[in-house]
Design a protein around this ligand. Structure first.
Ligand code: IMP
Ligand code: MG
Length: 184
């Protein structure tokens, strides 16, 4: 899928595919330095983090294992409910492991702070967070995000894994939608 498939639903491209690829490369270098000599369990948060997991993990030289969690906090609307529910738990035991949670976006930060505490509670040796995108509100929550791709304005975005009502996840870039899309 690309911009031409979107007709006039696309408002603006915020992060191009090339920008994302370059930034993930920088993040991977930093992660490799930080975890030198250690093994890492990277935990992708379904479904939005699928693209970041695929692209970031392939740039890493650190030995990794991959696992997935599915949590829900959003429904099909555009506002965070603040309620986090585990839809799919990890298959692996995280006790004693160095865990890196990989996310598509941090908005309110509610999902991530809950998830981080949850994994720490299971006895992980360390829990850090890597996210492709971060919105301004996240800065207000007391959550330490070790690796951030791009800080973006407080607008609803789609693409690169992010959806609106389950659509647009397969856009290679991150963009905003025209208002008429939301009123359909
Ligand atoms: P938070 O709990 O408010 O930080 O939001 C967590 C989740 O909401 C993210 O992992 C996304 O799945 C979803 N989300 C937040 N902002 C957006 C957006 O702009 N577009 C699409 N999904 C979003
Ligand atoms: Mg998500």
């Amino acid at each position: 899928m690309d911009a031409t498939d979107m007709g006039n639903d696309l408002k603006e491209i915020l992060v191009t595919a090339e920008d994302m690829d370059r930034r993930l490369g920088e993040m991977a270098e930093q992660i490799d330095r930080d975890y030198a000599g250690r093994e890492l369990l990277i935990v992708g948060v379904l479904r939005g983090a699928v693209m970041v997991m695929a692209d970031l993990s392939r740039k890493l030289h650190t030995p990794i294992e991959m696992d997935w969690m599915a949590v829900s906090s959003y429904g099909s609307g555009t506002k965070s409910s603040g309620v986090v529910r585990i839809l799919k738990d990890l298959d692996q035991d995280v006790a004693g492991r160095h865990v890196l949670i990989v996310e598509d976006i941090i908005d309110s930060g509610l999902t991530l702070s809950w998830l981080k505490a949850n994994l720490q509670g299971r006895g992980a040796a360390s829990v850090n967070i890597a996210t492709a995108l971060r919105k301004p509100a996240a800065a207000k929550v007391d959550i330490d995000v070790a690796y951030v791709g791009f800080d973006i304005p407080d607008e609803f975005v789609v693409g690169y894994g992010l959806d609106y009502a389950e659509k647009y996840r397969n856009l290679p870039f991150v963009g905003t939608l025209q208002p008429h899309v939301y009123s359909n």
